[in-house]
Design a binder for this molecule. Structure first.
Ligand code: SF4
Ligand code: SF4
Length: 302
């Protein structure tokens, strides 16, 4: 099970997908939020937290980074400029945190989903308008499939405001390729309609998560650029908060997606060994620590 949350929400609220894991992720997250976080908030962790047997042996449940929320930490977030996008997927592949997501769906499905989604939102016209701004017609997903008798697909880019840490890696790669379809904007601003940026992004990513995956006939399973369009692509849930442009997390993310595509999502495992393990940290006694409190000077690798 993969859990995630809305920006600023005190706890996880959404189950993204079902999967079997060796650990009960929800129970681990509940336990961590209740015991570990409360101990650190009360400044009593060092004195009161017992050593955690599993954490001290580097046995960390999968998916717990999904609980981390950058929505009020990063001051900026990428804005998508649809009419400049060619659907190259380079931004999605570059992101170290699974925070920018791509999708290709038949035009009729996109239209129907936007209409049904907007009907459930308090301001339907606004929800519909901002949803459509995420989609663009491209040669790769529109014209080429049409030549093979398929309905043209629209390509979409969405940014998850909970996981995006504002590193601008996606923007840099898009600009370097000459497309200029992404730019960083201040979260503190409101858009022309007066809607706060975070609220808009949170609503739009809810739409993305309600959409079906990219159909197989619209992606080339052998092309690296399309790996992150598969329904196996979100095995690395993001939220680790890797250093800006961290190549390690980006590579692991692609590796997880490619392995999931080839062997199935149950056919993989990752053993972390030292390096930039910002996804977890241990205190000197093996007690679990909130990820952002990881301290290289005190951490020991076990
Ligand atoms: S890198 Fe730029 S052009 Fe390519 S998919 Fe991302 S936004 Fe579109
Ligand atoms: S700014 Fe950084 S974390 Fe956010 S979507 Fe872009 S690459 Fe990912």
């Amino acid at each position: 099970m993969t859990v995630t949350k809305d920006p600023g929400a005190p706890r996880e609220t959404q189950v993204v997908a079902e999967a079997k894991h060796l650990f009960d992720v929800q129970a681990y997250v509940d336990d961590f939020n209740r015991d570990v976080m409360n101990a650190y908030r009360g400044n009593a962790a060092d004195a009161e937290l017992p050593a955690d047997r599993d954490a001290a042996r580097s046995i960390i449940p999968p998916g717990t980074a999904a609980a981390r929320d950058f929505s009020h930490l990063a001051p900026q977030i990428p804005e998508f400029i649809a009419d400049r996008c060619v659907g190259c997927m380079s931004c999605v592949n570059a992101c170290p945190d699974t925070a920018i997501l791509g999708i290709a769906l038949q035009t009729s499905i996109v239209e129907a989903r936007i209409v049904s989604f907007a009907e459930t939102e308090p301001i339907s016209a606004r929800a519909s308008e901002s949803a459509r701004a995420h989609f663009v017609e491209t040669k790769k997903y529109g014209e080429v499939p049409a030549r093979h008798g398929l309905e043209p697909a629209l390509f979409g880019i969405f940014v998850d405001p909970v996981h995006c840490k504002g590193c601008a890696e996606c923007v840099e790669v898009c600009v370097a390729l000459g497309y200029d379809a992404l730019r960083m904007i201040d979260k503190a601003r409101a858009d022309a309609n007066g809607e706060p940026t975070l609220e808009q992004y949170a609503r739009d990513i809810r739409l993305y998560r309600s959409l079906p995956p990219t159909p197989p006939e619209y992606r080339n399973a052998k092309a690296l650029a399309d790996v992150m369009l598969g329904d196996h692509a979100i095995g690395y849930v993001g939220g680790a908060g890797s250093c800006s442009g961290c190549g390690e997390a980006t590579a692991i993310r692609m590796l997880v997606a490619a392995t999931g595509q080839t062997y199935g999502e149950e056919g993989m495992g990752i053993v972390a060994s030292t390096g930039c393990n910002s996804v977890f940290a241990l205190g000197p006694g093996g007690e679990r620590r909130p990820p952002h409190l990881g301290d290289r000077r005190r951490r020991r690798d076990v």
